[in-house]
Write a protein that binds this ligand. Structure first.
Ligand code: SAM
Ligand code: SF4
Length: 353
């Protein structure tokens, strides 16, 4: 069952439920264990700022939402979070933020990367998730020492992309594609992903998304259920979206199918899974994912980074132990102090050299 599926097969497999679904998820998990092993990598997620210059129609921190308190973490808060990740044996940190293309923001990110590189060397890998930036900016951050970049395509089908974004020059499908290509050209490990269960989305579109990720030859993926937020324009279409349990099932099937299609990439079990089911991320691991991104943002800022309603707030501190136990119960070994570089990326590099 590994490998090559056409769109019709994917549509069929995405709809599997019950015992057939369980056997799909199990096959994906076995494939992961055989190709990249059962290690689960930890990436400490730092939500740097909820200021955003964009207005994506689905997102709770969009510029147009006047009902949230905006924040920027201080450098000291970022450094403490990074130290926490290091002390706890996380192999990497992810710096994520609302989109900001100002010169001061670009400089600030460069200096944060510098700081992490100088203090932790290669013991802490740096992933960025800072939206669309110019090629020069991506290059600058790469040169400073960031090695991975997450930029979701959100939907690979241009007509759906258009329906979930404002129609202006800031929100162009073609720009998102160029950004992904630039990241690849520069040499980042590139991650993308989609939201699952969006209004107007069909299983055919989800099948297209999987084929898109395969064509783009990504190294990492972070995808999860779409969760509505009442302060966003897309909320109006909530009657068109599948039930929470259906979005959850579809998300697990997407993870499993992507693992079968691209066995050696890194796939995250995302927080949005946990928002639907307390053990959602561990179920993602059982479906073939191999990365978890514990939130290490200072607690007082977390509630202002509400991309969707009921986003889980707790994580670090004393709940770590419970998380570790659940990861192990899901059949994974926690890869403390390991970089967890995408095996797919390493394979490509060794073929090209
Ligand atoms: N601003 C950067 C960007 O858009 O790439 C990074 C931060 S953004 C908040 C990270 C991801 O959150 C987006 O790629 C999007 O898929 C996800 N997201 C936003 N709103 C969401 C929602 N209502 N449900 C699920 N995921 C959501
Ligand atoms: Fe901003 Fe990212 Fe949210 Fe879009 S998804 S509004 S770019 S934070």
């Amino acid at each position: 069952m590994i490998g090559i599926f056409d769109k019709e097969e994917l549509k069929y497999l995405l709809q599997l439920r019950g015992a057939e679904q369980q056997s799909l998820l199990e096959r994906a998990r076995i494939t992961r264990d055989k190709t990249v092993g059962n290690s689960c990598y930890l990436r400490g997620l730092i939500e740097l700022s909820n200021y955003c210059c964009k207005d994506c129609l689905y997102c709770g921190i969009r510029k147009g939402n006047k009902n949230i308190t905006r924040y920027d973490l201080s450098d000291q808060e970022v450094f403490s979070a990074v130290q926490y990740a290091f002390d706890n044996g996380y192999g990497s940190v992810v710096i994520q933020s609302g989109e900001n293309t100002s010169a001061s923001f670009i400089r600030r990110i460069t200096s944060l990367i510098d700081h992490i590189r100088k203090n932790y060397g290669n013991n802490l890998q740096i992933t960025l998730s800072l939206g669309e930036q110019s090629e020069d900016t991506y290059q600058r951050w790469f040169d400073a020492g960031a090695s991975r970049y997450l930029l979701r395509i959100e939907s690979s089908v241009p007509s759906l992309y258009k329906q979930i974004h404002p129609q202006d020059r800031l929100h162009q499908y073609s720009c998102r594609i160029s950004a992904l290509q630039n990241l690849k050209r520069i040499g980042y490990q590139v991650g993308t992903g989609v939201m699952i269960g969006l209004p107007f989305q069909t299983t055919e579109i989800l099948a297209e998304d999987l084929l898109f990720m395969q064509r783009l030859d990504i190294d990492m993926c972070g995808m999860g259920p779409y969760l509505e937020h009442r302060e966003t324009p897309l909320y109006e279409y909530r009657s068109l979206i599948p039930s929470l349990s259906e979005r959850f099932s579809l998300s697990l099937n997407m993870i499993a199918l992507l693992r079968l299609m691209m066995p050696s990439i890194n796939i995250a079990a995302t927080t949005a899974l946990q928002a639907i089911d307390k053990e959602g991320r561990e179920k993602g691991l059982k479906a073939g994912a191999n990365v978890i991104m514990p939130n290490i943002t200072p607690v007082h800022s977390r509630e202002s980074y509400q991309l969707y309603e009921n986003k889980p707030l707790s994580e670090a501190g004393n709940s770590n132990l419970g998380l570790y136990q659940r990861i192990e119960q899901a059949g994974c070994r926690i890869a403390f102090n390991e970089a967890g570089t995408s095996a797919h990326f390493l394979n490509k590099k060794s073929h090209n050299s």
